[in-house]
Design a protein. Sequence first.
Length: 250
Amino acid sequence: MIVLKSSDEIERMRHAGRVTAQAVQRLMEAVRPGITTADLDALAEESMRSEGCTPSFKGYRGFPASICTSVNDQVVHGIPGPRVLHEGDLISLDVGAVWDGYHGDSAVTVFVGSPPSDVAEKLVRVTEESLDAAISQIRVGARLSDVGHAVQQVVEGAGFSVVREYVGHGIGRALHEDPQIPNYGDPGRGPVMKPGLVVAVEPMVNGGDWRTRVLADRWTVVTADGSLSAHFEHTIAVTDQGVDVLTARG
């Protein structure tokens, strides 16, 4: 069941989104060769708690950390730990914060150190562009499948593939709510977007094939063919005035 949010609830989510965005920004500035993913996890948790929020992910279905750190061929749900980042790595940083019972959720993919390879640069750029294209489809009266269709058009048009097994989602008092939002599909289908709908749209894009597998830790998702992957995400509210990106940075 899709739960539409009141204006008061959206304001609470705006605060959670602002804190999430602030933590993401701090992580982006901290990424460098030599830092560990555990260092980034500690920084994000401190950032969120200093603003009166708690990390959405810590303890969620047993997840052991405050953020997800997915490096190179890792798609999503990478567990922070002793892994050291090196020149030329890609890292996806996925952050969620809870404030007064409401969640914000956002992700970015950034380069570590020196300029990336041409393929890595294009992959990250196209993934972010696909998120922008998805957001452009969010408005009262449009269909939810328009969002995923926009992602697929951008990604496949650039020669990359859209992950199928993991999707965007509604968000609010729970981190994951209805509806699911695939990053592919035909336009003009699914529920009509109404004021009060709040969703987390998150393209996950592979440099090679779309297929994935889960590592022995039962969390970390990697590309089946070992290709690079990128991930971007924003929490977005649908209002009578238009689209409202609650996790916008800056």
